[in-house]
Design a protein around this ligand. Structure first.
Ligand SMILES: NC(=O)c1ccc[n+]([C@@H]2O[C@H](COP(=O)([O-])OP(=O)(O)OC[C@H]3O[C@@H](n4cnc5c(N)ncnc54)[C@H](O)[C@@H]3O)[C@@H](O)[C@H]2O)c1
Length: 378
């Protein structure tokens, strides 16, 4: 007995990640997987097909998925891929159902059981499957690298015979997974780092990383550990305090997000106009419209003497490491649904019930009813 697992090549422009890395192959085989992959799936991170032992390659993605029990991807697949999958097969990838209702519609029509990676609950037991966190951590690290190369100055203090320079001041706004990684990275590189978030609990976290928390006296901790939206009065109070910190920073990294909403605007045009000459802003929230009023998602712009970078799909810029962590996340999820070389889904498992988006032609807001295990005879 074995489970047919198929891994797609990503097709979105600027996407370099791939859902399978060679290090995960032995572990998947041990779970009972027979591996199939689209030819060239690892090309964007310079992993040719030969780097994947014990995997059968297919040039045509419809041929690849037609007998698959499980299909793995990073982004939601093309509709023609879903159409080619067999009814009852499992798809595991990021879906973001509100961004692409046509995909969800087709998953329902084709009776695909879809586990959407962005739905993995943020609970301790599911940390190893949490791709939002693994990818955000890399983005936070890379924001500092991008910002520091756009600066015309260094981050640490150095002393030379000619005199001493630095250190640079870095302010990170939004202290979720990406923000805390940015704080840690900038601190390691020798900058003087400040962090700000509307959730007061982040003060201790940022201080444990050697940075200072910017306190505004407002706590906007909302449901499930995420932030809530601020009231207009709270926004005014916060702006007054933050302006001073924004305008003394050399590098400003913003990562603020509220689930299901556009990115909150934290930096106004007026605040940018008062920033130091040569300062750099890296807006990691460009996907949700950005945290700066001036942000142009995907573009780098000059605003007077300030440079504003708003890169999209930052984890993909570190495609090799992002793929490694993502493939491990998917492996840990597969560990929950593959037992003794067959698929066996325990719908009473909170992680599976919450991660599942569609099952048997229905949207699974509630845990779906138990289904019979499916398997393929050898
Ligand atoms: N227990 C777990 O396994 C686990 C794993 C990952 C994340 N989490 C928690 O999930 C939560 C969300 O993490 P995330 O990285 O997805 O965050 P996110 O991407 O949703 O948001 C990034 C940060 O922006 C902040 N923010 C929102 N509005 C803001 C504003 N107006 N000004 C300043 N900051 C603002 C948020 O508080 C958050 O810290 C956090 O509490 C995190 O600790 C828990």
């Amino acid at each position: 007995m074995y489970v047919n697992v198929a891994i797609l090549k990503e097709t979105q422009s600027h996407e370099r990640r791939v859902a399978l890395m060679p290090s995960v192959i032995p572990k998947l085989i041990k779970l009972g997987a027979k591996l199939h992959m689209q030819a060239g799936a690892g090309d964007a991170i310079k992993l040719g097909d030969a780097a994947y032992p014990n995997v059968e390659f297919f040039a045509d993605r419809r041929e690849l998925v037609k007998d698959a029990d499980v299909v793995l991807g990073v982004n939601a697949p093309a509709l023609e891929v879903i159409d080619a999958m067999k009814a009852g097969a499992i798809l595991i990838s990021f879906i973001y159902e509100h961004q692409d209702p046509a995909v969800v519609h087709r998953l329902l029509e084709r009776k695909i059981t879809c586990f959407a990676m962005e739905r993995v609950p943020r609970i301790t037991r599911a940390q190893s499957m949490d791709a939002l966190s693994s990818q955000s951590a890399l983005a936070g690290y890379y924001a500092v690298q991008l910002g520091s190369t756009a600066l015309a100055r260094i981050l640490p203090k150095i002393t030379t015979a000619a005199g001493a320079i630095g250190p640079a001041h870095v302010l990170v706004m939004g202290l979720g997974v990406a923000g805390l990684e940015a704080v840690a990275t900038a601190h390691r590189l020798g900058a003087v780092v400040e962090g700000y978030d509307v959730r007061a609990e982040t003060a201790e976290q940022v201080e444990s990383l050697g940075a200072t928390f910017v306190s505004t006296g407002i706590d906007a901790t909302g449901k499930g550990g995420y932030a809530r939206e601020l009231t207009p009065e709270e926004k005014t109070k916060v702006t007054v305090v933050l302006t001073q910190h924004i305008q003394k920073s050399d590098l400003l990294i913003t990562t603020a997000a509220i689930p299901g909403k556009a990115s909150p605007k934290l930096i106004s045009k007026k605040q940018v106009a008062g920033m130091k000459a040569g300062a750099v802003i890296v807006d990691l929230s460009a996907e949700g419209g950005g945290n700066c009023e001036d942000t142009v998602p995907g573009a780098t712009i000059r605003l007077g003497q300030v440079t504003l970078l708003a890169p999209l799909n930052v984890p993909s810029l570190l495609g090799e490491d992002a793929s490694e962590l993502y493939a491990q996340n998917q492996y840990h999820l597969l560990e929950l649904i593959m037992k003794d070389n067959i698929i066996s889904i325990d719908w009473t498992d909170e992680v599976l019930a919450k991660t599942c988006l569609t099952h048997a032609g229905k949207l699974t807001q509630e845990p779906p009813k138990p289904a019979k295990p499916t398997a393929k005879a050898a």
